[in-house]
Design a protein around this ligand. Structure first.
Ligand code: GMH
Ligand code: CA
Length: 159
């Protein structure tokens, strides 16, 4: 409880107040930087921010690129996130892989975490596993197509 006393206690109280002020200022600064960053070249949905830097890669490269950047290959878990990713695809006029695949079990699409997907936005007739298609691309219209993991696609990461 608040029953500490003496000079040492007063000092701690002052330090805590000072830290609280610094934290508040820090949060405001981070918020501004985040907004400016999203304004420049990204998008957001809920707590997630999505970014593309124009680079392209196959599924493994896309996954590794995002992971090396401290993020995750964009993995839409609801329509708001899907729309945010779609808008970046439109901006770059280039389809992108999402962090979803059925590499492990054909027809069982999972996030990179291994969890089964809880949301999907397949284009008509998809997934059709044409040849062998274990990865998922998102088109400019926001719809998904299962696709070979070896194509070159826009890299979009989430943070
Ligand atoms: C087939 C057809 C197309 C479809 C492609 C795509 C390949 O060529 O069904 O309409 O767009 O497959 O699913 O990944
Ligand atoms: Ca397909």
């Amino acid at each position: 409880q608040g029953d500490c006393g003496g000079r040492e206690c007063d000092l701690l109280k002052t330090e805590i107040r000072d830290l609280q002020e610094q934290l508040k200022a820090l949060k405001a600064t981070v918020g501004k930087i985040q907004k400016a960053w999203i304004f420049m070249n990204g998008n957001s949905a809920g707590e997630k921010t999505f970014q593309a830097n124009g680079s392209e890669g196959d599924f493994e490269t896309s996954k590794a690129t995002c992971s090396q950047a401290g993020g995750l290959l964009a993995s839409p878990r609801n329509s708001a996130e899907n729309t945010a990713i779609q808008q970046i695809v439109v901006r770059h006029n280039k389809a992108a892989y999402v962090g979803i695949n059925d590499i492990e079990t054909e027809g069982s699409f999972k996030y990179l975490s291994g969890e089964a997907i809880g949301y999907s936005n397949w284009a008509g007739g998809e997934p059709n596993n044409l040849g062998t298609e274990d990865c998922v691309e998102i088109y400019p219209d926001g719809r998904w197509n299962d696709r070979s993991c070896n194509e070159k696609r826009l890299i979009i990461c989430e943070f």
